[in-house]
Write a protein that binds this ligand. Structure first.
Ligand SMILES: Nc1ncnc2c1ncn2[C@@H]1O[C@H](COP(=O)(O)OP(=O)(O)O)[C@@H](O)[C@H]1O
Ligand SMILES: [Mg+2]
Length: 268
């Protein structure tokens, strides 16, 4: 049977929860498994993929939304630049101030509705006509117009948070204000706890204590935890963390990310 859970978006209440890190690495992992993947930078307000990939494409998501470019103008094929068994195609968001401003201020109702329809059309085109296996979408944190639009097209939402009361409370609000209504249209939300406790000068790592914390969060948010990823200083403080999951496959972070495809298979 065809797997219909094909558009996965990463979102969080706060920035710095690891959305970009996880979405890029998961996209690359799927491509390395032989699949055809489209990675879209929908963090319109603070894009980061141009910097991550050192890219300066001719067209951006902004040109697509304004009608100045088609989806094929925007998508860049990375399959030749990085060796994969499969394919990785990337649509970048423009980091230029005037581009960010131009999509930010366009709150005209007609434009909004058109943009959402356009996203749904592109989703269908890529998945049904062009043989993409997955579309992975990075978004801006918080309740932002473009993020909600991206989430409205998603089948799976990876909701990321750090274990911190501000994150937990904000996430709880977002669950009741956005996700719950999208769930009625078939969105499946998966909670990812990132940067969970490692050893600190004051506490040694304690799995049992962490299980307690995890259960507490599940109770507060009324969602099971899909995956917990520890905090690794070598990732946080490495200047070059490019495609870590591919380049350092034996690293525990990479092993954690490799659990995602199989976890999704199991619960399909
Ligand atoms: N599990 C982790 N352990 C340590 N550092 C991490 C981890 N996940 C992400 N990071 C680091 O945290 C920072 C923010 O991550 P990023 O993916 O940019 O977050 P977001 O896109 O949600 O703002 C980056 O420097 C990244 O390398
Ligand atoms: Mg980001």
């Amino acid at each position: 049977m065809m797997n219909t859970k094909k558009l996965m978006a990463f979102h969080s209440y706060k920035g710095g929860t690891g959305k970009t890190t996880c979405v890029v690495n998961l996209a690359a992992l799927y491509a390395s498994l032989g699949l055809k993947v489209c990675l879209i930078d929908f963090d319109i307000y603070a894009p980061s993929l141009t910097s991550y990939f050192g890219a300066s494409p001719k067209y951006y998501i902004h040109d697509l939304l304004s009608g100045e470019a088609g989806i094929h103008d925007v998508i860049v094929d990375y399959s030749k630049k990085i060796k994969f068994d499969g394919e990785l195609h990337i649509a970048f968001s423009s980091p230029a101030k005037e581009d960010i401003h131009s999509v930010k201020i366009n709150y005209d109702n007609n434009f909004q509705l058109k943009a959402l329809k356009q996203l749904l059309t592109i989703k269908r085109q890529l998945l049904e006509k062009e043989g993409y296996d997955y579309i992975l979408v990075d978004t801006s944190p918080g309740i932002r117009y473009w993020s909600i639009n991206a989430l409205a097209t998603a089948d799976i939402l990876f909701l990321m948070l750090k274990i911190n009361n501000m994150d937990i409370n904000g996430t709880k609000t977002m669950i009741s204000e956005i996700y719950d209504s999208l769930t009625r249209y078939g969105l499946s939300t998966k909670l990812i706890l990132n940067k969970v406790q490692g050893a600190s000068p004051f506490n040694a790592y304690d799995q049992e204590n962490f299980n307690e914390v995890q259960t507490e969060i599940e109770n507060i948010l009324d969602l099971p935890v899909f995956l917990s990823i520890p905090c690794f200083c070598d990732i946080q403080f490495n200047r070059d963390e490019f495609l870590w999951a591919l380049n350092k496959p034996e690293h525990p972070f990479s092993m954690k990310l490799r659990e995602i495809p199989s976890l999704l298979e199991e619960i399909k």
